[in-house]
Design a protein around this ligand. Structure first.
Ligand SMILES: [Zn+2]
Length: 178
């Protein structure tokens, strides 16, 4: 990670340098090398979840945007091109909103699986002498001698995002009836 960070810094220095000319820059950033790098950075993997593909899609999006901007600046006089570029830009923004919806679906599916495919939280039956607690996120429950003990006895699902520092925020408790 540190080495990659250093490489990025070096490339930044070359790109920002006023002493190095375009020829030198073109030698460092050869089209073929850059395109091989970019194509590996944004290769779709069917096995990934929508959120795991997020960074790749952001890169793919940016590449198109940068490319369109380049052609728009360079051939700004050509009206036909301008209107086509506008069309592509609106297509891109549609794609972005579709993937935003998919991420939300992904998240809902993740919660559904974590909650053991239950559609409603489990019914907690009152106990005579024990406190009970249920996590509002993963819906796991436990009982204990007192409120804190019950809350701490919950065995949360692996990916549960409950607040460990503020248990009462995500865990509801039920006092004993006796
Ligand atoms: Zn939980």
């Amino acid at each position: 990670m540190r080495k990659a960070e250093r490489c990025f810094k070096t490339l930044d220095i070359i790109l920002d340098s006023r002493e190095l000319d375009q020829d030198y820059r073109d030698k460092v950033f050869q089209g073929q090398k850059i395109s091989s790098l970019l194509s590996r950075l944004a290769r779709y993997d069917r096995g990934n979840s929508t959120s795991q593909e997020k960074n790749k899609q952001a890169i793919a999006y940016k590449m198109i945007e940068i490319g369109l901007q380049y052609f728009q600046d360079r051939y700004s006089q050509t009206k036909f091109l301008s209107s086509k570029i506008q069309e592509l830009k609106s297509l891109l923004s549609d794609l972005q909103s579709i993937s935003g919806e998919l991420v939300e679906e992904d998240e809902a599916l993740r919660l559904y699986r974590m909650r053991g495919k239950l559609k409603m939280p489990p019914k907690i039956l009152p106990s005579r002498d024990e406190w009970q607690a249920m996590c509002d996120i993963c819906w796991r429950s436990a009982s204990g001698n007192d409120k804190m003990h019950a809350m701490k006895s919950i065995r949360h699902e692996t990916n549960c995002t409950y607040d460990k520092k503020d248990l009462e925020r995500c865990i509801r408790t039920f006092l004993p009836t006796g």
